[in-house]
Design a protein around this ligand. Structure first.
Ligand code: ZN
Length: 163
């Protein structure tokens, strides 16, 4: 039951991701949340998910410069690793203030692949196992060896045997 819930949740998340992926090509999507000292932006566009975070030791309202969307200097870039890019940045503001920023870009095909992997494997496992058992002359239901069996049913589980 838990397994089924996990499979359904992962599948829905995967198809949700695929939907965002497609929509992001037509219209860039952006969500942002801002507090006094922190800005968090989540955006989807051109097949990528971007997480951007900025925090400041200063109040945004008292130092409008930190509010500026321009990416501060002194950034360190990592990646891409499988299309994942990470940028870290720090900038000094005024006398004692500092802004810390981070930007993570993850390709949506990677998110989709990770989410769909387990549901797809679970979905394909049944047919693959049945075909392998049929080829080896085993009962497709329980795997019992049916060599020499002419009764038309599996003696182990009672399922009807074809041919
Ligand atoms: Zn059987």
């Amino acid at each position: 039951m838990i397994r089924r819930t996990v499979l359904i949740t992962l599948s829905l998340a995967a198809f949700g991701t695929a939907g965002l992926w497609l929509i992001g090509y037509m219209t860039p999507l952006t969500w942002s949340h801002q507090t006094k000292t922190r800005l968090v932006v989540i955006a989807v566009s051109d097949g990528e998910l971007m997480l951007r975070r900025r925090s400041s030791t200063l109040d945004w309202r008292s130092s409008p410069a930190t509010h500026d969307d321009a990416w501060p200097l002194k950034q360190v870039k990592h990646g891409p690793y499988l299309g994942i890019r990470l940028e870290l940045a720090k900038a000094s503001v005024g006398e004692a203030g500092a802004i810390y920023g981070s930007k993570t870009v993850i390709p949506l095909w990677l998110v989709f692949t990770l989410l769909i992997f387990y549901p797809a494997a679970a979905f394909l496992r049944g047919p693959v196992r049945r075909r392998r058992r049929r080829r080896r002359g085993l009962c497709v239901q329980c795997g019992y060896n049916l060599t020499g069996n002419t009764s038309g049913t599996c003696p182990e589980c009672g399922v009807a045997v074809a041919g």
